[in-house]
Design a protein around this ligand. Sequence first.
Ligand code: AN0
Ligand code: CP
Length: 316
Amino acid sequence: MNYTSINDIDNLSQWVKDALKIKKKPLKNKKLGKNKTLGMLFFNPSLRTRLSTQKAALNLGMNVMVMNFTNEGWTLEFEDGAIMNKGASEHIKEAAAVISQYCDIIAIRAFAGLADKEKDNAETVLTGFQKYATVPIVNMEGCTGHPLQSLADAITMEEHKTKHRQKVVLTWAPHPRALPQAVANSFVEMMQLQTEMDFVITHPEGYELNPEITKDSKIEYDQNKAFENADFIYAKNWSNYKEYGQITNSDPNWTVSAEKMKLTNNAKFMHCLPVRRNMIVTDEVIDSENSIVIEQANNRTYSAQLVLQKILKNVK
Ligand code: AN0
Ligand code: CP
């Protein structure tokens, strides 16, 4: 079993229930991962993913090895048949096979480069490891998805939902650097699995995510209209998908402000973090009682623990 996309979740509501059980008793399966090793490979920076996934593995009694490829690992070649006369020192064929000798599960973070849409959509790093590793693979944010984040988001919404049918809004917000679509993509896919929530995506015109992901999810270009009666506001920036990787809008009117939150049904504020204050969201909103971003980050441990637990049970 791999966990590389939201499509690997066979029953979201059951997974959320199971994760909440883990949260109540995180050390219950302390023996499950004994003498098993999780290898965590980072091609990009991380705070939450690195620490929460490591914590999850430790809660299961696993050993953990972390390696940064940003400056410590050999530069890898992913193209089959490549004549390796350029920068890359080692081919994914050997690297993945070798790491599989040391690790029982390999978790990988490899962001979109945002320069070449086709290359990013091909998920070169993740699929390279899937092809040449002999152990299960976990996606810690690839080019097109961040499924551990969205599972944590689902857990967090379950904990904070009120009695009536919930309205959930994914809103784009401005950011000074070009960011991937991965978090938004997986959030959309996770929301498509929700049966008892209404979902609306709001962003400036032209900022449509990949239509193969959004499918028939509702898009409302008027952010104020989208916010009306919302129970959850999930903010995230992403760079333009059509004009791939470009920043074509930085309108500060899209920042989530207290004034905009007043349009909602006393909505909870969510963001995956790290967040740029007073760009994505004002201090007033993120510091308010309605902000659940810290609990969301806390739930990263239980989303990762559920996934590792499922894989370990499968491996045995
Ligand atoms: C990354 C992104 O937007 O994909 C990671 C978020 C979890 N964010 C930044 O690079 C700021
Ligand atoms: N939300 C998230 O994945 O955070 P990090 O990039 O810090 O891991």
